[in-house]
Ligand binder design. Structure first.
Ligand code: FES
Length: 499
């Protein structure tokens, strides 16, 4: 049978064709065609965000389709991409938002004019759950000579680390390892050619990402008490290679956070500070001058735009900033393109503005006129009451975790000297909007600094000074506070659910 794929919104239209002699899943078709298909929940049939449209040849409607797609849309050929099994000739239209490269607003600027002296360079790599970032660095000056990002191909197995752990345990461990290694090799080749492994490499990522890369077992991280195979740094130094993986602190406080703390330490560590890495999980570290108190708040994917009715990742066409004045909505999109949905920074702006304009109340309830259909932002793009509740859950988790860390520390909230926020969302959120919906305590707003990709920056710093004692000190002074087992967390969480 002949399967045709068209990506919606790409001009001029390009048709990809795959011929298969047996029944085949849509996911496998995309894989064979080499198109990265974004499945926010890893194909668990939970997020209902992966719908594609069959122009003809639509498969039978499944119960998952019925749960996630409206009757009229089903009649028009829409099906959940993650669940489709193709049995006959068909043509499938795939929304651009499911295949687009995710943009990283925290991309570091490389000085591309500087020559690339291959005898004098090293590579820093951040393996993010969504994006892989690599920088070629001058070994002596630490200057960034080249920089490249790509979407982590593992996103095909789910947007969050737990979906990847599940996929690995279901026998996809090698696929996951190969996916991320191939991504990295592609970046290496694009920047340096075939001899990219002839250079020193420093890699950081969350604990699950580095385990999958190294093909270590991840079963211990699937459930409580979340025990990784190793928390140590790993170094492969033989022949001409020197590849170093940053150590982790716990299953949820990985080498990317250690690299971030290393970066702050080397940059000029303040007397005390709060460090927040905003993503699906918010990793939070409070350094009170003596200890690094660490925790991870499960914020869910809402702040990254996933699982919302019209939410999208930070891709071209995503609405990233919104203001409302006199009932009129103004917005900007990534790349200045026609809007296709709202990403994390846009959602935070929107909720803050809806509250400021009295369109939602402090519990996040929409005014009656919007209660049914949601509040319209642009044509075909709305935010619903359910979306708002998801964001409130996320922001309450972060705010409550910060409050508890401060209680565990030797300092008060107002004593904190600096708030560092890393990660793509950190680089793009409007800090006053974040304050408007209480993601961060108000006392910290004028101490806010977006620090970009601190995992990559920490690796770059480590390339030049190789201070393993500093890494050891960070690990030894770290104490992990578990929110799930803290009796005060639930109480605080419920209290902080309002705006
Ligand atoms: S329902 Fe298909 S990826 Fe989530």
């Amino acid at each position: 049978m002949e399967i045709k794929i068209v990506i919606d919104g790409i001009e001029p239209e390009k048709e990809y064709v795959l011929v298969s002699f047996e029944d085949i899943s849509f996911v496998e078709v995309m894989k064979q065609l080499g198109i990265n298909f974004y499945r926010p929940c890893g194909g668990a049939g939970k997020c209902m965000s992966c719908a594609v449209r069959f122009a003809y040849g639509a498969p039978e409607i499944t119960s998952a389709d019925e749960r996630g797609i409206e009757f009229n849309d089903l009649r028009n050929g829409w099906r959940l991409g993650c669940k489709c099994i193709i049995t006959k000739d068909c043509k499938i239209q795939v929304p651009l938002s499911l295949v687009s490269e995710i943009q990283s607003p925290d991309t570091l600027i490389a000085d591309e004019n500087l020559p690339l002296d291959k005898t004098n360079i090293a590579i820093a790599v951040d393996i993010g759950t969504t994006t892989i970032a690599a920088a070629v660095v001058d070994l002596h000056t630490g200057k960034i000579l080249r920089q490249k990002n790509c979407t982590n191909s593992q996103t095909g197995y789910g947007a969050d680390v737990m979906s990847r752990v599940k996929a690995a345990m279901e026998g996809h461990d090698e696929d996951l390892m190969n996916a991320v290694r191939n991504d990295l090799m592609n970046i290496g080749r694009q920047i340096l050619g075939e001899d990219y492994l002839m250079h020193r490499v420093v890699i950081a990522g969350n604990t699950v990402m580095t385990h999958l890369f190294l093909h270590y077992p991840v079963d211990g991280m699937a459930k409580f008490p979340f025990v990784p195979y190793t928390l140590d740094s790993v170094r492969f130094a033989h022949d001409y290679k020197d590849i170093f993986f940053m150590p982790s602190i716990s299953a949820f406080i990985g080498g990317d956070i250690v690299a971030g703390l290393y970066y702050i330490k080397k940059k000029k560590e303040p007397k005390n500070y709060l460090f927040v890495d905003l993503g699906t999980n918010a990793e939070i570290v409070l350094f009170d001058g003596n200890e690094y108190l660490c925790t991870s708040a499960s914020a869910g994917p809402a702040l990254e735009g996933a699982n919302l009715r019209c939410g999208v990742a930070s891709i071209r066409g995503a609405i990233n900033h919104i203001s409302i004045s006199h009932g009129r909505v103004k917005y900007t999109t990534i790349g200045g393109e026609a809007p296709i949905g709202i990403c994390g920074s846009g959602v935070i702006d929107l909720i803050s503005e809806l509250f400021r304009n009295g369109i939602i109340d402090s519990g996040g309830l929409l005014a009656e006129e919007y209660a049914e259909e949601g509040f319209p932002v642009a044509e075909g793009i709305v935010i619903t009451g359910e979306d708002i509740q998801q964001v409130l859950l996320a922001k309450s988790a972060i705010y409550s975790a910060i409050t508890l860390l401060v209680r565990e520390s030797s300092i008060e909230m107002e004593d904190i000297e600096h708030l560092y926020v890393s990660g793509g969302l950190g680089a793009s959120i409007g800090v006053w909007s974040a304050a408007g919906i209480n993601i961060f305590p108000k006392e910290l707003i004028n101490k806010f600094e977006a620090v970009g990709n601190t995992s990559l920056l920490g690796n770059i710093a480590f390339i030049t000074d190789q201070d393993e004692d500093a890494l050891k000190e960070i690990k030894e002074k770290s104490r992990v506070i578990y929110m799930a087992t803290n009796p005060d967390f639930e109480k605080l969480f419920l209290e902080n659910l309002t705006l």
